[in-house]
Design a protein around this ligand. Structure first.
Ligand code: LRH
Ligand code: MN
Ligand code: MN
Length: 386
C-alpha cells in the first residue's frame, strides 16, 4: 500500500462516537435556549445520529447517558439503532442529579448513599449487556467545597471499594472508563481530579479499567498530549471525550478553540499506535446556541481533519531530525503536516466511500432539518438542567 493509501484507509476506518445528549436541548445554568425539532426521546436522538453517520460515514455509534436515555427495552433500542445503520456505544452513568448526592455518590460518607450509587453503576452494566455496549464511562461529581468538610483519604478508600465492586461485575469484553475532571461541581477537592488519580485506581483494578481524557477537564495550559502519550505508553488510554474549552468545561465543538492542540493530541495517538487499539474517540459536547446536527457533523469533520494531519506527519524525517538534535528541523516536520490543507484529501476519501464530499451541504439539502421541525413538537432537554 502506498503511504497515501494507508492514510486514506486509516481515515475510512476511524469511528467517532456521538453523544445522545448533544442532540437534545442544553444550555448554561443561566438559560436553555430551546430549539425547534429537537428529539423528544432516545429513539429520536438515534434518528438524528443516523443522519450524522449517513453524511460523514464515520459516526456509527452513539453514547447513551442513564437516566437521560432510560427506556423500558434496551434491546429494542439497540435494534432501532441497527435499523438505522448504528450501534449503541458507551453507557455513561449519572450519579450527580439526585438529591441524595449532595455530599457525593460513591465517596459519600453515608454507606446507604454509596450503595444507591453503586447499584446505579451495576444497573448500567446490566444495560450494557442488553445493548451490547463495550464501555461503561464513569464520571463522578464527587468532591468537597470546604477544607475539613470530609476526609480526603477516606473518600479515596470509598471510591476504590465502589470501583472494585463494579469492576467485578464487568463481562469479559467489557471495560470501565474512568473520567477525571479538575473541578466542578465541587470547588475545593474533587475525588477524581486528574489523570494520575484515575490511573492509580485503574492500575489497582486491572486491565479492563482505563482512563478517559475529556479534553475540557484540565487546568489552562495543561499539556494534554503529554498525558495521552503517557497513558498510551502504559496501555491505559481508554478513550477521549472530545470538546473545546476556552475557560472551564465549555463543551464547545472539538477543534473550534484550538485545532493545533487537537492535532498534537492525535499525533501522539498515531505515535503510540492508538488507532485500532481500542481507544474510543467520543464527542462530549453540548450545542447551546448553534444548530445541533450540523454542529455534530462539523465536529466529526474537525476530528477527521486533525487525524488526517497527524497521519501525514513524516515520522521517518521527524525521527531523523530528533536523533540529530535538529530542533528547528523536527519542529518544521510537525508544522508541515499541521499546515497541510487536508480538505481535498478528505473530500476524496468521502467520494471513495460513496458519500457526498461536503457533508454539511449534503445535510442542508437533505430536508431533514425542516422535516424534524415540522414533525416534532416539544423536544426534550438533554439532561443537565433536567
Ligand atoms: C462531566 C462530563 C461527563 C458527563 C458528561 C455529560 O463534565 O464531561 O463525561 O457524563 O459531562
Ligand atoms: Mn466528559
Ligand atoms: Mn465535562
Amino acid at each position: 500500500m502506498t503511504e497515501l493509501a494507508a492514510v486514506k484507509a486509516a481515515l475510512k476506518s476511524q469511528a467517532v462516537e456521538t453523544p445522545s445528549w448533544a442532540y437534545g436541548n442544553s444550555g448554561t445554568r443561566f438559560k436553555v435556549f430551546a430549539q425547534q425539532g429537537v428529539p423528544r426521546s432516545p429513539w429520536e436522538k438515534l434518528d438524528d445520529a443516523a443522519q450524522v453517520h449517513a453524511f460523514t460515514g464515520v459516526a456509527p455509534t452513539v453514547a447513551l447517558h442513564i437516566p437521560w436515555d432510560r427506556v423500558d427495552d434496551y434491546a429494542a433500542l439497540a435494534r432501532h439503532a441497527e435499523d438505522r445503520g448504528l450501534r449503541l456505544g458507551t453507557i455513561n452513568s449519572n450519579t450527580f442529579q439526585d438529591d441524595a448526592y449532595r455530599l457525593g455518590s460513591v465517596c459519600h460518607p453515608d454507606a446507604a448513599v454509596r450503595r444507591k450509587a453503586v447499584d446505579h453503576l451495576l444497573e448500567c452494566v446490566d444495560i450494557m449487556d442488553a445493548t451490547g455496549s463495550r464501555d461503561l464511562k464513569l464520571w463522578f461529581a464527587d468532591g468537597t467545597n470546604y477544607p475539613g468538610q470530609d476526609d480526603i483519604r477516606a473518600r479515596q478508600d470509598r471510591l476504590a471499594e465502589a470501583l472494585a465492586e463494579v469492576y467485578g461485575r464487568l463481562g469479559e469484553e467489557q471495560r470501565m472508563l474512568l473520567e477525571y475532571k479538575l473541578f466542578e461541581p465541587a470547588f475545593y477537592t474533587t475525588d477524581v481530579p486528574d489523570w494520575g488519580t484515575a490511573y492509580a485506581h485503574c492500575l489497582k483494578l486491572g486491565p479492563k479499567a482505563q482512563v478517559v481524557v475529556d479534553t475540557g477537564h484540565h487546568a489552562p495550559g495543561t499539556n494534554i498530549e503529554f498525558i495521552v502519550a503517557t497513558l498510551l505508553r502504559e496501555g491505559r488510554l481508554g478513550g477521549f471525550d472530545f470538546n473545546s474549552r476556552f475557560y472551564a468545561d465549555d463543551d464547545l465543538m472539538v477543534g473550534a478553540a484550538d485545532p493545533f492542540q487537537l492535532f498534537r493530541i492525535l499525533h501522539e495517538v498515531v505515535r503510540g499506535d492508538g488507532f485500532g487499539s481500542g481507544v474510543a474517540f467520543m464527542l462530549d459536547q453540548c450545542h447551546n446556541i448553534e444548530a445541533k446536527i450540523p454542529a455534530i457533523i462539523r465536529s466529526v469533520m474537525n476530528v477527521q481533519e486533525a487525524t488526517a494531519k497527524a497521519l501525514l506527519v513524516d515520522r521517518a524525517a521527524l525521527a531523523d531530525a530528533q536523533a540529530a538534535g535538529d530542533v528547528l528541523g523536527a519542529n518544521a516536520v510537525l508544522m508541515d503536516a499541521y499546515n497541510t490543507d487536508v480538505r481535498p484529501l478528505l473530500r476524496e476519501v468521502r467520494e471513495e466511500m460513496g458519500l457526498d464530499p461536503d457533508p454539511l451541504a449534503a445535510y442542508a439539502r437533505s430536508g431533514w432539518a425542516e422535516k424534524i421541525v415540522a414533525e416534532r413538537v416539544g423536544g426534550e432537554q438533554a439532561g443537565w438542567g433536567a
